[in-house]
Design a protein around this ligand. Structure first.
Ligand SMILES: Nc1ncnc2c1ncn2[C@@H]1O[C@H](COP(=O)(O)OP(=O)(O)O)[C@@H](O)[C@H]1O
Ligand SMILES: [Mg+2]
Length: 268
């Protein structure tokens, strides 16, 4: 793996507080601390897993990195630059470099658009190539890479299976050759057999494209199989961050030990 020591993403003392609006029964505004002093580094070429129970703040952290929501405090550095200080143009360029894969591919695929249009759209918005022909060549290249036939480009999302739709969503995420992928529970909605094929596709693409990824999951077996490093999150705090193999063999934090005890009887 190249450039191992370069921090592509560096998160420093990140906090997110949601202020719930006062309701009829509850006149006071309640502050809800969802991310509490998060520190996390992701180096180029690494897959870092983020693990934790539902509601612990994983998606909130992902959405901060994707600049979909603003944190209350702290810094998110991309190649040493604070993305929270980016102006419109810098944010536009950042969005080209950072892409996401969601649990439900429908959120990244417009049901009214044919797959070809869906894949052409980012190339056109970011004016990657000069001609339509070059755009189409890139679409064919990427659709082939994720194992979908070129003949399927004229179809709509509903004409595919869940696994195929996730492959297309992966193609959509990769078409601009991003530097960093945030995958938020990308296989949680899929059947076990399909889940394995999507994970193997991600591993294959990672080798081919030297992808850097934040892989969010609550499936510890999957995380152990896929990731280089693992961050364990509990109630908005990262309680342990270590090389995946070391973390699974020698967990230090009590909460990590608790999570691992739940899979102790499952063969990994
Ligand atoms: N827009 C919001 N307003 C208020 N609270 C929110 C909002 N989004 C998420 N939360 C709360 O933040 C916490 C973390 O949510 P989330 O990041 O989605 O967790 P996870 O992805 O780990 O399941 C939850 O308690 C959730 O209810
Ligand atoms: Mg989530």
């Amino acid at each position: 793996m190249k450039n191992d020591s370069i921090n592509l993403i560096e998160i420093k003392n990140l906090k997110k507080i949601y202020n719930d609006e006062p309701s009829f029964l509850n006149i006071k505004k309640e502050a809800h601390l969802v991310l509490n002093n998060i520190n996390l580094n992701i180096q180029k070429g690494q897959i870092v897993a983020l693990v934790g129970e539902s509601g612990c703040g994983k998606s909130t952290l992902a959405n901060c990195i994707l600049k979909l929501i603003n944190p209350t405090q702290g810094e998110i550095l991309y190649k040493g630059e604070d993305i929270l200080k980016y102006d419109k143009k810098q944010t536009f360029n950042y969005r080209k470099k950072i892409q996401m894969i969601f649990q439900n591919p429908y959120s990244s695929l417009n049901p009214k658009m044919k797959i070809q249009e869906t894949l052409l759209e980012p190339l056109e918005i970011h004016k990657i190539f000069k001609s339509k022909k070059e755009n189409l060549n890139r679409v064919c290249e990427i659709i082939d890479m994720v194992g979908i036939s070129k003949d399927d480009l004229k179809k709509y999302p509903h004409e595919f299976s869940g696994g195929q739709r996730q492959r297309i969503a992966i193609a959509r995420a990769l078409i601009l050759k991003p530097e960093f992928i945030v995958a938020d529970e990308p296989v949680s909605a899929l059947d076990v057999s399909i889940c394995a094929s999507i994970i193997n596709l991600l591993i294959e693409l990672r080798e081919k494209l030297n992808l850097t990824m934040l892989f969010i999951s609550h499936d510890l077996n999957l995380v152990r199989y896929l990731s280089d490093k693992t961050a364990i999150m509990n109630k908005g705090t990262i309680v342990e961050f270590n090389n995946t193999q070391d973390l699974f063999k020698h967990p230090k934090d009590e909460y990590t030990k608790f999570l691992l005890s739940s899979i102790r009887n499952i063969k990994v």
